[in-house]
Design a protein around this ligand. Sequence first.
Ligand code: GLC
Length: 477
Amino acid sequence: MAQKKILYVTSECKGFAVTGGLAEVAGSLPKAIMTANKNYKVKVLMPLYKTIHENYSSELSLVGSTTVVLAWRSVYCGVYTIKKDDVEYYFIDNKYYFDRDQLYGYYDDGERFAYFSKAVFTAMEIMKFYPDFIHTNDWHTALVNVYLDILYKKQGYLMDIKSIFTIHNIEYQGIYDKFFLENVVGIDELYTGILEYNGLINLMKGAIVCSDVITTVSPRYAKEISTTAYACGLEHIIRTNNQKLIGIINGIDTEFYNPLTDKALKYNFDVDHFSEKLENKKELQKALGLEVNEKVCLISVVSRLVQHKGMDLILDRFQDIMQENIQFILLGTGEKYYEDKFREFASWYPGRVSTLITFNNQLSKRIYAGSDLFLMPSKMEPCGLSQMIASRYGTIPIVRATGGLFDTIRDYSNDGNGFVFKDYDSYKMLEKIKEAVHLFQNQEEFVKLAQKVMSVDFTWNKSAKEYIEMYQNISKK
Ligand code: GLC
């Protein structure tokens, strides 16, 4: 079989630039695909952000440069590359757009990513890489699929390339006013209808319409996003394009998240050396100023502090939760309202509650390893990775049954691998927490469950095969 080539286009990637789960996926799926099938060659393409310049200056090598036309602008585009862990990464360089302290959050994000999307085609020329598949992710790269369809295919170019668009979160769609089309995107008025939605320009909608296949990050979420409660306004578009939508659950990088070798931990462990987990718990309690006591059940949350992660449920029932013999750790950043509330809670319960308003990968691993229970009461969760990471470190998840949480965690009462509540209701969450804390009292049973949780296969192996099957199926069309 001839080699199949994939250009994997992303706005962030672990090891280079990270704000969330997309980076985890981009940092592990390409390698998993190439491992699962040697006939597949995946190259990753992303913006050359300031931090990448700073951290990799000696390793980056220039492949070539030219200019990209974006509506009335003519702008510089350089392409650099690095090979890392057997994957070739390519970076689009333009200091005006990407030499900034953050990845996102600027007034001109729409223009920055329209430029990046347009530059993808120029980069292909410079890389001399003509893929069979272009695979893009979320709204930042959505215009790639649109440009491929209307600027190239409709004019008879790049006809053989298939395009795939993955929705990691339908909440962020890339919505702009109509001037954006002429002023930034620069496409013929004829095609306005493709990007227009509710009187505005919606980039995610454009990609959904133009792609050959749409994937999302769990089978359950694939069903949920055709309903009003989950689609954030795009339900009609999802429903009309349902025949090309599939849900494939994410895996996690089990090498990076390996309690047996993880250097962030003082005491390494695995299922057969489980007692060392307890040492991590005591270490964590000490480091965070909690009472060092193995008999107290330690519950943790590692999350962005935003509404859809279910933070309101925790706020509503916090004092009830604290009635139990537990300690509570929260690590994350997000909306100021939640940050302040959790800081306040920490001041109410000295020695029992620790609030860490920061993001720190090393610390998060120590929390995953040192806790007994991991709470994730999301209102919406396309896939969710933390429940799998916590499991890998032998920490039992308590989750709401939505999206990927539904697909990865089954309730203890059902011979499962965690505690699951169904309704988005703080009292239902409280019940489950109580149930879990009650099981903690029976250490023998609790450890048995934790060991079971730890043994679940959350590697990419199975999902990488599903991606390959998806690529093969579109090739036949
Ligand atoms: C987004 C989703 C999260 C998912 C991640 C990776 O961050 O909110 O649920 O796990 O993307 O696909």
